[in-house]
Ligand binder design. Structure first.
Ligand SMILES: [Zn+2]
Length: 210
């Protein structure tokens, strides 16, 4: 336990030294402020770190993560992050990134009790019921869960589009919203092509291509 904790501090020293070696001004520049172009809403899963999977650096992505990358319009944490990213940082893109093999989606799919988290996962159960017809025709359970993962991302993008923060911003400027799924076993991101252009009718601005 002691050792694994120390490993992080040691790792930090290596990180700081190597960055300074590559660019002596690296931290000085970062300390001047942030101007990220992207807001990432992803899963808390330790295998899906936003910067690492997109090969980006500190300062490039503003990040919010929770179990199963949900956008719940009563979640003050998410709404605060969203408002800051959109109104203050003026990000150009918001990405909801789910991932195959998501423990949260698996848990929601099962009928077992997991504790407090089930209250959170009910949002995914609602997605399941909405797409029940499409999901029930898939015989293989893993494939079914993969599809549910994709539908979950689509629904979270839709929830995002319905927030007053995004709706207001669309009246003033261009803001793109995307739905992605990351494959833990491939390292590759799939764009679900949930197209958004911020027009008036929410239902019309979605075009599914999955
Ligand atoms: Zn997950």
């Amino acid at each position: 336990m002691e050792e694994s904790y120390k490993k992080l501090i040691d790792g930090n020293r290596v990180f700081a030294m190597s960055k300074k070696f590559e660019d002596p001004e690296y931290f000085k520049k970062l300390s001047l402020g942030q101007r990220p172009e992207y807001l990432w809403i992803g899963c808390s899963d330790s295998r899906v770190p936003a910067n690492e999977v997109t090969n980006t650096e500190s300062g490039q992505i503003f990040v919010h993560r929770n179990i199963a990358n949900l956008v719940v319009n009563t979640d003050m944490n998410m709404l605060s992050v969203l408002e800051y990213a959109v109104k203050v940082l003026k990000v150009k893109h918001i990405i909801v990134c789910g991932h195959y093999g998501c423990g949260g989606v698996h848990a929601a799919f099962s009928n077992e009790l997991h504790g407090f988290v089930d209250n959170w996962l009910v949002n995914i159960k609602n997605v399941y019921h909405k797409y029940k017809k499409d999901l029930d025709v898939i015989a293989d359970n893993e494939k079914k869960i993969d599809r549910l993962t994709e539908f979950n991302v689509i629904e979270q993008v839709r929830n995002l589009a319905k927030t007053t923060i995004v709706q207001q911003e669309w009246k003033e400027r261009e803001l793109h919203v995307h739905g992605w799924v990351y494959g833990i076993n491939s390292g590759l991101i799939t764009d679900l092509c949930v197209i958004h252009d911020g027009q008036d009718d929410i239902e019309q601005i979605f075009r599914y291509n999955i």
